[in-house]
Ligand binder design. Structure first.
Ligand SMILES: [Zn+2]
Length: 482
C-alpha cells in the first residue's frame, strides 16, 4: 500500500511538473496578481491531475442520481459566481467524515458525511459556494506563492500533494514526502483573509442563487459545536482546512442578517431524497437500516417525512423485502406522480423481482417527461442490457455523449453494449475511455492497442483509434518521464 501511495505521489509530482514549462522563475509576492505565471490551462491541468490521481486511491460515488444532483446544485451556484464560464466538476466521496475541498480549475469534492450532517440544501449550498469562491479567487495558488524563491513546478507539486492530503490523508502523506525535500508547506493553508473572502463572496453567490444566507453561519456553528465532542485527532477535516472560529461565525451571522429573508423557492425535497439515498448507500447492515427507518417513522420528527419513507423503501430493497418496498414507493408516487426518483426506485423493484418488461415500460414512460436525463438513461441502459437489447442501449448512450454528458459509468456501459453487438473494436475503445476517466492511463492505452488490432481493414476507425492512442501516450509520457 505504501509503495502504491508513493507511486501516486511521484505521478502527482511528475504530472504537475510536466504542466509547467518554465523551470526556475521566481514567483510574484502576495499582493501581485495571483497566479500570473500559472495560466488557466495549467490551473485546469493541476485540477485534472489531482482528480485523476484521487480516483486511483478512492472509489468516488458512482450513483448517477446522486452525481446529477450534486452537479446541478453546483451549477446553479457557478452560474451566479464570478466565473460562470468555468466548467466546474462536482463529485462525491463516500466517507462519513465532514469534508469538502476544491482544486484549481474547478474540481470540487464533497464527502457524503457533509450532506448527512447538514440539515438543509441551503447549508450544503453554502459550503459549495464557499469552495467555488476559493477557486474563482485562486486562493490555493496564492497561498502557495508566499515564497519568492520557490519554483513554479515545486509550487504546483505542493498544491497537488496538499490537495490529496485534504481529500485522502493516506495518499496525501505519501505525496508530501515526495515534495518535502523542498522545505515545504505541508497542508492546505487558507489564510484568515482567504476564508473571510470566501465566506463573503460565497454568501453573495448563495443569495444570488436563491438560497438562505443564514445557512452559512448556521452550518459553521453546528460544525464547531460538534467538534467540541471530538478528540483533537477527530476534528472534521473541513474544520482543519477551513478553521471556523467564533469570530468568523459572528461575522458570517452579521453579514447574513443584512440580506433580506429568503423566500422558500428551492425544491429541497430532492435534497432530502438524495440525503436518504446516501444514508442507504453508506449502510452495511440492511436489516439494521430497515429498523432505523421503522423507528424514525414511528417516533416522527425527522427532517422530512416523505424522504424518510423514500429511504425506508430503498432500505427494504436492500433487505430483499420487495413487496413491502413497492407498497411504500407506490404510496409516494400516488402523491407525486412525476417525481423521477420514485419512478427509478419502482422500476428497480420490478426488475429485482423479475418483471423486466414492467421495469422497462416505467423507464420509457419517464423518458417522455425527462428526455435524456442522465440518471434515467443509465438506469434504463442497465435494464436494456439485461433484456439483451444492446443496440437500443448504445443509441441512448451515444445520445448522452452528443449532449456532452459523460461519466465513467456511461463509458463502461457503452463498452458493454458495443461488445454485445459484436463491435469488438468499438467496445475496447470505449473501455479505454472508461479507464482513462478513472485515472488508469496505462490500462487505457492497452485497450486502445487491442482496439486498433481489431480495427484492421477499417481505415477510418483505425485512424481515430491511433489518434486517441497518441494522445493517451503523450499524457503517460508526461507523467512518467520526470
Ligand atoms: Zn475555506
Amino acid at each position: 500500500m505504501k509503495i502504491f501511495n508513493l507511486k501516486i505521489a511521484m505521478i502527482v509530482l511528475a504530472l504537475s511538473l510536466s504542466t509547467v514549462q518554465a523551470k526556475d522563475i521566481a514567483l510574484p509576492e502576495i499582493g501581485d496578481s495571483a497566479g500570473a505565471l500559472i495560466s488557466p490551462q495549467q490551473e485546469y491541468q493541476i485540477g485534472l491531475g489531482f482528480y485523476l490521481r484521487l480516483q486511483q486511491s478512492i472509489d468516488l460515488i458512482d450513483d448517477p442520481e446522486i452525481n446529477s444532483y450534486i452537479q446541478s446544485l453546483g451549477n446553479r451556484l457557478v452560474t451566479h459566481s464570478d466565473s460562470p464560464q468555468l466548467p466546474f466538476l462536482f463529485f462525491m466521496v463516500p466517507n462519513p467524515s465532514v469534508n469538502a475541498f476544491a482544486a484549481p480549475g474547478g474540481f470540487i469534492g464533497m464527502h457524503s458525511g457533509l450532506i448527512l450532517t447538514s440539515k438543509s440544501e441551503d447549508e450544503v449550498a453554502s459550503v459549495l459556494a464557499h469552495e467555488i469562491a476559493h477557486v474563482t479567487q485562486r486562493h490555493l495558488l496564492r497561498s502557495f506563492e508566499k515564497s519568492k524563491q520557490r519554483s513554479i513546478p515545486m509550487t504546483v507539486a505542493m498544491i497537488a500533494a496538499a490537495l490529496l492530503g485534504a481529500a485522502d490523508p493516506n495518499a496525501g502523506a505519501a505525496a508530501l514526502m515526495a515534495v518535502q525535500a523542498g522545505g515545504v508547506q505541508s497542508q492546505l493553508d487558507f489564510t484568515r483573509s482567504n476564508e473571510a473572502e470566501a465566506d463573503n463572496l460565497g454568501m453573495q453567490n448563495l443569495v444570488r442563487s436563491g438560497f438562505d444566507a443564514m445557512a452559512m453561519p448556521t452550518f459553521f456553528e453546528r460544525l464547531q459545536q460538534s467538534s467540541r465532542f471530538y478528540d483533537t485527532g477527530a476534528v472534521p477535516e473541513f474544520l482543519r482546512t477551513h478553521p471556523v472560529t467564533t469570530s468568523r461565525i459572528a461575522e458570517a451571522r452579521g453579514r447574513a442578517v443584512t440580506y433580506p429573508l429568503k423566500r422558500q423557492v428551492s425544491d429541497s425535497l430532492q435534497f432530502y431524497l438524495i440525503r436518504e439515498k446516501l444514508r442507504v448507500l453508506a449502510a452495511s447492515d440492511a436489516n439494521k437500516l430497515v429498523r432505523y427507518y421503522e423507528s424514525a417513522i414511528k417516533t416522527g420528527g425527522s427532517l422530512n417525512e416523505t424522504a424518510t419513507q423514500y429511504g425506508y423503501s430503498l432500505a427494504l430493497v436492500e433487505a430483499g423485502q420487495f413487496t413491502k418496498a413497492r407498497q411504500v414507493i407506490q404510496a409516494l408516487i400516488d402523491n407525486d406522480v412525476d417525481r423521477l426518483s420514485y419512478r427509478l426506485a419502482l422500476a428497480k423493484i420490478e426488475i429485482a423481482v423479475g418483471r423486466l418488461s414492467t421495469g422497462l415500460a416505467i423507464y420509457e414512460q419517464a423518458q417522455k417527461i425527462y428526455p435524456d436525463d442522465q440518471a434515467l438513461t443509465l438506469n434504463q441502459v442497465d435494464a436494456l442490457l439485461l433484456a439483451n437489447l444492446p443496440k437500443q442501449a448504445a443509441d441512448l448512450l451515444l445520445t448522452q455523449l452528443e449532449l456532452g454528458q459523460y461519466s465513467r459509468r456511461l463509458y463502461k456501459l457503452l463498452a458493454q453494449a458495443k461488445g454485445e453487438m459484436g463491435e469488438k473494436s468499438e467496445s475496447h475503445s470505449w473501455l479505454a475511455e472508461y479507464y482513462y476517466h478513472s485515472g488508469r492511463l496505462n490500462l487505457a492505452a492497452e485497450q486502445l492497442r487491442i482496439a486498433a488490432e481489431l480495427a484492421r481493414g477499417d481505415e477510418f476507425q483505425l485512424a481515430k483509434i491511433s489518434a486517441r492512442l497518441r494522445e493517451v501516450e503523450t499524457t503517460i509520457d508526461k507523467v512518467e518521464k520526470l
